[in-house]
Ligand binder design. Structure first.
Ligand code: NAP
Length: 300
């Protein structure tokens, strides 16, 4: 249980509703900022304006997956209120206050450093990234079906990158009957791809390996699908770029060559907001216990 914890949940989308549901079930006291247009009420949670919250009593701040923009503004789909995190507001929090965000940027990193509060980036954790790869793969399948006129079964699919997303994507497309080849740069990744019954290739051979591919799925957050790679593709090749913005594809050149290339960020929140929210909520409830309740308990 999280009895006795006061948590400020600031902004977010449908995923954050699962976090609110879970934390109120666990008996935490919640201040919801940026939720004034949300019809649903939660016992133990009160909707407040940012300047109404007494941050000196707040044990933790939970931000949405995207964190803030570079001006400190937090996105919220349940309010028209502009919510901006400032040093002035957050410096009132007690020293043990932990800030949780999906990802971070310069603004948020600097802010946490200045006010000397711990910032936890949930999406850097392996467990969150692996669970999150499940709805990401389902969203990728949806996009490939929507943007091709052939079956996934028996098509030639190249997956670039063998990280947490790449592995899940490759395995699932292979299970759907595609002929999957995976591009990686580490010998242990090449070995694993071979062990899984797929065709491995080193990324240094990308230009020659891409020539017979129907669908290219990139998971590498680095400029990898260059103009020169795209120039070798078949005219009907579909590129789905899953890597975080700006992706790893030369979209300008793809458009010039008439190759369909789609940047597909945030698929879990689009195709399965409830599951994506539950993934974050489950990890958060464990971390809040370990990071705050147990430490507070040890001090007392
Ligand atoms: P990850 O586990 O870190 O895997 C990244 C992969 O990229 C690894 O195979 C890594 O290879 C490779 N890589 C990185 N830099 C490279 C470079 N310069 N050259 C060649 N290979 C390189 O990350 P992940 O969790 O799989 O996530 C992959 C991307 O998808 C991230 O950008 C993430 O933000 C994004 N993502 C998108 C969605 C969505 O909805 N679109 C959902 C989840 C995640 P090495 O191991 O050799 O370094």
């Amino acid at each position: 249980m999280l009895t006795g914890l006061h948590i400020a949940i600031i902004g977010g989308d449908a995923r954050q509703l699962e976090v609110i549901r879970k934390l109120t079930d666990l008996d935490a006291k919640l201040s919801l900022i940026g939720f004034d247009q949300l019809d649903h009420g939660f016992t133990g949670a009160s909707k407040e304006q940012l300047d109404e919250v007494d941050f000196s009593n707040v044990d933790s701040i939970i931000l949405p997956v995207a964190g803030t923009n570079n001006e400190g503004e937090v996105d919220t789909i349940f309010s028209n209120e502009k919510v901006v995190l400032t040093e002035e507001l957050l410096s009132n929090t007690p020293e043990h206050c932990v800030i949780y965000s999906g990802i971070s940027n310069h603004y948020l990193d600097n802010l946490a450093e200045k006010i000397k509060r711990r910032l936890v980036k949930l999406f850097e954790r392996d467990d969150v990234a692996i669970y999150n790869s499940i709805p990401t793969v389902e969203g990728t399948i949806m996009m490939v079906i929507q943007h091709t006129e052939f079956t996934i079964h028996n098509s030639n699919v190249a997956v670039l990158g063998m990280g947490r997303v790449g592995l899940s994507v490759a395995r699932t497309f292979a299970a759907l009957g595609a002929n999957v080849k995976v591009g990686a740069r580490k010998s242990e990744h090449i070995a694993r791809i071979f062990e899984m019954g797929m065709k491995p290739f080193h990324l240094s051979h990308l230009e020659s390996e891409i020539q017979d591919v129907d669908v290219c799925i990139n998971t590498i957050p680095h400029h990898i699908v260059t103009a020169s790679v795209i120039s070798r593709m078949l005219p009907h090749t579909l590129i789905i770029d899953l890597a975080s913005k700006p992706g790893g594809t030369d979209f300008r050149y793809a458009e010039k060559r008439g190759i369909k290339a789609l940047l597909a960020p945030g698929l879990p929140g689009i195709v399965a907001p409830k599951t994506a929210g539950q993934i974050v909520a489950n990890v958060l409830s464990k971390l809040l216990r370990e990071d705050i309740l147990e430490r507070k308990g040890n001090k007392e």
